[in-house]
Design a protein around this ligand. Structure first.
Ligand code: ISL
Ligand code: CA
Length: 563
C-alpha cells in the first residue's frame, strides 16, 4: 500500500444503501436495518470501506425519510436504535464506516419544533423556521418555486403568515440564521458522531444560507425559481465553517455535501481543505446533460458535453478540493439504462465500461445499490405506477403546460426517481429475495436474470468487475496514481470515445472507452506497458495503440511505457 495518504477517505469507495429498498428482514414489504446487517458481507466483499445510508430517522415518510420528525430516533419500520448501533458495530468489524444522511435544510412538518412554531407564533421555536407576511394582495411573500410543488410558500390555517419550503409543504425549511437552531443541529450531529460514524452526507446543504431579505426570483427556466438567492450564499459558507469548528474538526470523518446549482469554483470553496468546510460535494452538471432545460423530454446523452464537464471538474478541483464521482443515486434513473445500453447483448459490457470511466478518475467513487449488478430502469404503464412525490408533481406540471400525457409518462420512464428505488434483486426466488411479501414498491420484472446470487457466482459478472475496479483504487500498484495523480482529457471533441490520462512522475495510465455499439478504430501515440483492466473477456495481450481497435462498449485501462 502507498504511504503518502493524507486522509483516510481519500482512497475510499462508498456504497449507498437506500434502506427502504435494500433488504426486508421481517416481511412487512419494507427494507430495514436488520436486513442491511444481513447483507453486510455482500457489501464487504465488494471491497468498499464506507456505506452511505439514506435517512433512517423517525419520519412520516412523505419523502421517504427526507422529512424527519425526530433526529434522535429510528423510524419503527426500519428498526430500533439498538439495530442502528449494531449496524455501526457490525460494519466496523468488517472495516466499513457508516456515513449517515444529515437532512437539516428542513424538517418534517410533524417535527415538534414545527408543531410548536405553527401553534404559537410567540414561541422560541417560531424562529427555527422561515415565516413572512403575505404580500399586499394576500398572496405569497415572493415568487419562489418549490422542487415538489408550484410554490415555495404555504400559509397556516389562520391566514396570517406563510412559511418557506423549498420542497413539499410537509418539509418546512429551517432558519439557520437562528443561533439556537444551529446549536440544536450541532448537538444532534455530536450525538450521532459519538456513536462512531464515518461522517455525514449532507442533504441540499448549499441551500441553508437564506438571506434576510427574500427578493423575487429573476431567473426562470433553470430549475426552481429563486435559487440565485439561496444557493451557495456567503452565509452558507459561514454556517459550514462554524459547523466545522463546533463539530466536525473534533472527529476524523468525511463529509459530502449535496449541492445542486454548483460550479467547480464554488465547489473549491466548499471542499478546499484550508477552508475547513466539507470534504467534497456532489455536483449535478453531468446529471443535466440528457434532460432538456424545461424538464419535459430526454435529449439523449451527449458524450462531448459529458467529457467537457467531467474534465473541467477533474482539473479545477485538482489540489484545490476533492471530487465525488457518481453515475446514480436514489434520485436518479439507473445508470446502465440512462448512460449505457441495457439490451441483453450490451448491458454487461456497457455497465462495466461506465464503471471504468468513473472509477479511474480522481475523487471518491459512489456506487448506488444494484448498480454493481447492472440493475435497469423499470417500465411505468401509467402515472399510478409511480410512488415518488416528485414524480407526481413533475407529471402534473407537464400536463399543466399542455404536454400530452404520453410524453409526460415517457419523461418519467427516462428519469423517475422510482427506477432506483425499486427493491434490490438478491436472487431468483419470490420478490427477488427482497421480501417474502409484496414490496412497498413494485419490483422490476427482470430479477430472474439480474440478481446478486447470479452475479456473485459468475466470475465475469459486473459485480466482480466492480470488485476489481475497487481493488485497483484501494489496494494495488496503481493506487497512488488513481487517488492522487493529475488528469488529462484527450480528444475532447471525439463524440464516440472517452480517453483520458492519469499520470504522475512515475506512472502513466491511459483510460479508453467506446461509448457506442459500433466497432471503432483510434490511434494514440503511446506504448503499452501492461493492460491493467478491460471489459472484454479475451482481450488481446499485444496491443498497439496507434491502431487501437475497439469493439462495442469496449474499454481498457493501460499502463503506458514512460518515454
Ligand atoms: O431528485 C432530484 C432530481 O431527480 C433533485 O431535484 C432533488 O430533489 C434534489 O437533488 C435534492 O435531493 C435531496 O433532497 C430532497 C430529497 O427528496 C432527495 O431524495 C434528496 O437526495 C429533499 O430532502
Ligand atoms: Ca421490514
Amino acid at each position: 500500500m502507498y504511504n503518502s495518504k493524507q486522509q483516510w477517505w481519500h482512497d475510499a469507495v462508498v456504497y449507498q444503501v437506500y434502506p427502504r429498498s435494500f433488504k426486508d428482514s421481517n416481511n412487512d414489504g419494507i427494507g430495514d436495518i436488520p436486513g442491511i446487517i444481513s447483507k453486510l458481507t455482500y457489501i464487504q466483499n465488494l471491497g468498499v470501506n464506507v456505506i452511505w445510508l439514506s435517512p433512517v430517522y423517525q419520519s412520516p415518510m412523505k419523502d421517504n425519510g427526507y422529512d424527519i420528525s425526530d433526529y434522535y430516533s429510528i423510524a419503527p419500520e426500519f428498526g430500533t436504535m439498538e439495530d442502528m448501533n449494531n449496524l455501526i458495530t457490525e460494519a466496523s468489524s468488517r472495516g466499513i464506516k457508516i456515513v449517515m444522511d444529515l437532512v437539516v435544510n428542513h424538517t418534517s412538518d410533524q417535527h415538534p419544533w414545527f408543531i410548536e412554531a405553527k401553534q404559537n407564533p410567540n414561541s422560541v421555536k417560531r424562529d427555527y423556521y422561515i415565516w413572512r407576511n403575505p404580500a399586499q394582495d394576500g398572496s405569497e411573500p415572493n415568487n419562489w418555486q418549490s422542487f415538489f410543488c408550484p410554490k415555495a410558500w404555504t400559509q397556516t390555517e389562520d391566514n396570517s403568515q406563510y412559511y418557506l419550503h423549498l420542497f413539499s409543504p410537509e418539509q418546512p425549511d429551517l432558519n439557520w440564521a437562528n443561533p439556537k437552531l444551529r446549536q440544536e443541529i450541532y448537538k444532534m450531529m455530536r450525538f450521532w458522531l459519538d456513536k462512531g460514524l464515518g461522517g455525514f452526507r449532507m442533504d441540499v446543504i448549499n441551500m441553508i444560507g437564506k438571506p434576510d431579505i427574500l427578493a423575487d426570483a429573476t431567473i426562470f427556466g433553470q430549475g426552481v425559481a429563486g435559487w440565485e438567492h439561496w444557493a451557495n450564499t456567503q452565509r452558507c459558507h459561514d454556517y459550514l465553517q462554524e459547523m466545522h469548528e463546533e463539530v466536525l474538526c473534533h472527529y476524523d470523518v468525511m463529509t459530502v455535501g449535496e449541492t445542486p446549482f454548483t460550479s467547480p469554483e464554488q465547489a473549491q470553496l466548499f471542499s478546499h481543505p484550508d477552508r475547513k468546510e466539507l470534504s467534497m460535494v456532489f455536483q449535478f452538471e453531468h446529471m443535466a446533460i440528457d434532460r432538456d432545460e424545461h424538464d419535459a423530454e430526454s435529449k439523449g446523452f451527449d458524450l462531448v458535453m459529458f467529457k467537457v464537464i467531467m474534465g473541467k471538474w477533474q482539473q479545477k478541483l485538482y489540489q484545490k478540493g476533492w471530487n465525488s464521482l457518481y453515475w446514480s443515486n436514489h434520485d436518479q434513473a439507473r445508470a446502465v439504462s440512462r448512460f449505457g445500453n441495457h439490451s441483453t447483448e450490451f448491458r454487461g459490457l456497457s455497465a462495466k465500461m461506465l464503471a471504468t470511466v468513473l472509477h479511474m478518475m480522481s475523487g471518491t467513487p459512489y456506487i448506488y445499490q444494484g448498480e454493481e449488478l447492472g440493475m435497469t430502469n423499470k417500465h411505468f404503464e401509467s402515472i399510478n405506477d409511480i410512488e415518488d412525490i416528485m414524480g407526481h408533481f413533475h407529471y402534473q406540471k407537464m400536463l399543466d403546460r399542455g404536454i400530452p400525457s404520453k410524453q409526460a409518462l415517457d419523461y418519467l420512464n427516462h428519469f423517475s426517481r422510482d427506477h432506483a428505488r425499486a427493491p434490490m434483486h438478491w436472487d431468483s426466488s419470490n420478490n427477488a429475495g427482497f421480501s417474502q411479501c409484496k414490496p412497498w414498491l413494485a419490483l422490476n420484472n427482470n430479477s430472474d436474470q439480474i440478481n446478486a446470487e447470479l452475479a456473485v457466482e459468475d466470475s465475469h459478472s459486473i459485480y466482480h468487475y466492480y470488485r476489481q475496479l475497487i481493488a485497483l483504487r484501494r489496494d494495488s500498484a496503481y493506487s497512488e496514481t488513481l487517488v492522487y495523480s493529475t488528469h488529462l482529457l484527450l480528444d475532447p471533441m471525439d463524440s464516440e470515445v472517452y480517453a483520458y490520462l492519469r499520470y504522475s512522475d512515475t506512472q502513466q495510465l491511459l483510460i479508453v472507452a467506446n461509448f457506442t455499439d459500433k466497432y471503432l478504430k483510434r490511434n494514440y501515440a503511446f506504448d503499452v506497458q501492461a493492460i491493467v483492466i478491460g471489459n472484454y473477456p479475451n482481450s488481446k495481450q499485444e496491443i498497439v495503440l496507434d491502431q487501437l481497435e475497439l469493439q462495442p462498449y469496449q474499454c481498457y485501462v493501460f499502463e503506458l511505457k514512460s518515454n
